[in-house]
Design a protein around this ligand. Structure first.
Ligand code: GTP
Length: 445
C-alpha cells in the first residue's frame, strides 16, 4: 500500500492536476535500423502521412487539456529540432515545447532523471512519457481516466500481438479483472504473455523519480560499471536549479525504463495497464515507415481530415499530396500513399502503399508499390519499383522469399536513379546509386 497521499484525496475530479509530457527522441547513434533514411534525416523528423513522426506524438499530446509543457529529450545536437519546434509552436499554440539535450545517451529513464529539475518545475503531478518511435492512436485521455479511477502511480499502454511476436517486446502479465500489472519482463526468452508494452506511459511524478533513484542506488552495488556524470546544472537554464540535484546521480550510467524500472514497479506500485484495441506499430526499420504511413493516413481519413487529397477517379483513399507536388491527373494513386513537397508524378504512373519524398520524380507509366522513394530520386518511365505486402499483424518488415529472408519494402535512399523499364524488387538502395538493370532481393551499396 502506497504511503503517498492518494491522488483522489488531492483532487476530486482529476482535472485540476497538472500534467507534463516527455517525448524520448534518442540520438544519432540510435535509429541505425532506419538506415538508409536516417543517413539524411533524424528518424523522429522523417515524414509519414505528410508530417514528421514526432508531429504525430505532439498532435496526440495537445489533445490532453491539462498538458501545457512538453520536453523532447534526446542527444541529437540542439540545432536538429530548432526549425521543427518553431513550426510546432505555431501549430500547437497551447503547448510550450523545449528540447533538452543529454550530453550522451543516458537511457530511456536516465534522461528523465537527469532533467528532473526542469520536469518538476511548476510541480506537475503526472508525467506522460512517449517513445517517439511508435505509431499509434495514443489514447492518452483514456490512460489519464484509468490513472484517476485506479488511483494509480503508473499506467502503461499495452496491446495484444501474436504469441510468436510477443517475445520481441516488453511483456506484461496483468490481472484480467483489475488490470493491475503483476509482472513485466523485457523481451523474455520464453512466452509469458501476448500483452506487450507500447512505449507510452503515464507516471505519478511522486513515483517515477524515486523509482529511478532506487534503480541508480542498486547500480552503486556494481561500482566498476559507474561512469563519471556531470551535473545537469551547467546544461540547463539557471531557472531550473531551484531543485537540488543532491545525490549519487552525478555518477551514473544508462538507466532504461524497460529493463531497470518497470519490473520493479510491478512488484511494489499501483501499476496498471490500459489495453488499446486500436492500431499500434513500432517504427524501427526504414521499411516500417510504410505501415506507419498507412495507419496514420487511415486515421486521418476516419477523422475526416481536410489535409488528404480530395476524392477523384484516380485517387483511392487515403492519399496525401503535398500542395507543392505535381501529380498528373492520369496517374493513379492509393491507397496509403504520401507524396512529398515538390515531387512530380508523371502521366499514367501507378503508386500504391508508398512514400514519395521531397523533390523525387516518378516518370510516366512507372509503377511504385510498397516502397519509399528517397529525396531527389528518379524512377524512370515504364519501370517498376516494388516491395511485397505483409499482413498487418506481422510486426516485421522482412519476408521469406525462396527460403531467403529479404526486406518486404523497397527503399531508394537519397538521389538514386532507376532507369527506364528497369524492375527493382525487395531491395534497399543506399544514396546516390544508379540502377540500370533489373535487381531483386539485394542491398545495393
Ligand atoms: P531497441 O528497440 O532495444 O533495439 O532500442 P531502440 O533504441 O531502437 O529503442 P528503445 O526501445 O530503447 O527506445 C525507445 C525510445 O526511446 C526511442 O524513441 C528512442 O529513440 C528513445 N531512446 C532510446 N535510448 C535513449 C536515450 O538514451 N536517451 C533518450 N533521450 N532517448 C532514448
Amino acid at each position: 500500500m502506497s504511503l503517498q497521499v492518494s491522488y483522489r484525496e488531492k483532487h476530486t475530479n482529476g482535472v485540476s492536476a497538472t500534467t507534463k509530457a516527455v517525448i524520448l527522441v534518442g540520438g544519432s547513434s540510435r535509429g541505425t535500423r532506419f538506415r538508409p533514411l536516417s543517413l539524411d534525416v533524424p528518424k523522429p523528423l522523417f515524414d509519414v502521412a505528410g508530417h514528421p513522426i514526432l508531429w504525430h506524438c505532439l498532435a496526440a499530446v495537445q489533445k490532453v487539456p491539462s498538458i501545457h509543457e512538453v520536453y523532447l529529450i534526446g542527444y541529437y545536437d540542439e540545432s536538429v529540432f530548432r526549425d521543427f519546434i518553431k513550426d510546432a509552436a505555431s501549430e500547437f499554440p497551447n503547448l510550450s515545447i523545449k528540447y533538452l539535450r543529454e550530453y550522451q545517451a543516458l537511457g530511456t529513464a536516465g534522461g528523465l532523471y537527469h532533467f528532473r529539475d526542469a520536469i518538476l518545475k511548476g510541480r506537475p503531478e503526472r508525467l506522460f512519457v512517449l517513445n517517439s518511435d511508435v505509431c499509434c492512436s495514443f489514447p492518452l485521455n483514456e490512460m489519464l481516466k484509468m490513472f484517476t479511477e485506479k488511483d494509480a502511480e503508473a499506467v502503461i499502454l499495452g496491446t495484444r500481438v501474436s504469441e510468436e511476436a510477443a517475445s520481441n517486446f516488453g511483456c506484461i502479465v496483468s490481472d484480467n479483472h483489475t488490470r493491475r500489472v503483476l509482472h513485466y519482463v523485457e523481451k523474455p526468452e520464453g512466452h509469458i504473455s501476448n500483452l506487450i508494452n507500447c512505449g507510452v506511459y503515464l507516471f505519478s511524478t511522486d513515483a517515477i523519480f524515486p523509482s529511478i533513484r532506487s534503480a541508480i542506488k542498486r547500480r552503486t552495488d556494481r561500482p566498476s560499471r559507474l561512469m563519471s556524470y556531470p551535473s545537469s546544472d551547467n546544461l540547463m537554464e539557471s531557472s531550473f536549479v531551484e531543485y537540488d540535484n543532491d545525490d549519487e546521480t552525478e555518477k551514473n550510467e544508462v538507466i532504461r525504463l524497460e529493463q531497470d524500472i518497470l519490473s520493479d514497479m510491478a512488484d511494489s506500485k499501483q501499476f496498471f495497464v490500459y489495453e488499446t484495441k486500436d492500431f499500434w506499430r513500432q517504427i524501427k526499420t526504414a521499411g516500417s515507415a510504410v505501415p506507419a504511413n498507412a495507419l496514420y493516413l487511415q486515421q486521418a481519413w476516419q477523422n475526416g481530415s481536410t489535409q488528404l487529397a480530395p476524392a477523384g477517379p484516380n485517387i483511392i483513399q487515403p492519399v496525401f499530396i503535398h500542395h507543392t507536388a505535381h501529380v498528373d491527373p492520369t496517374a493513379k494513386l492509393g491507397p496509403n500513399v504520401s507524396i512529398g513537397p515538390r515531387a512530380t508524378v508523371g502521366a499514367g504512373a501507378r503508386i500504391k502503399e508508398s512514400i514519395v519524398l521531397e523533390d523525387a520524380e516518378i516518370k510516366h507509366d512507372a509503377c511504385v508499390l510498397y516502397s519509399i522513394i528517397g529525396w531527389n530520386s528518379r524512377v524512370g518511365s515504364w519501370s517498376r519499383v516494388e516491395g511485397s505486402p505483409t499482413p498487418v499483424a506481422n510486426h516485421s518488415t522482412t519476408i521469406v522469399k525462396n527460403g531467403v529472408k529479404v526486406q518486404s519494402i523497397t527503399i531508394l535512399g537519397k538521389e538514386c536513379g532507376v532507369g527506364d523499364e528497369v524492375r527493382v524488387q525487395n531491395c534497399i538502395c543506399l544514396p546516390f546509386k544508379e540502377l540500370k538493370r533489373d535487381v531483386a532481393n539485394e542491398v545495393i551499396m
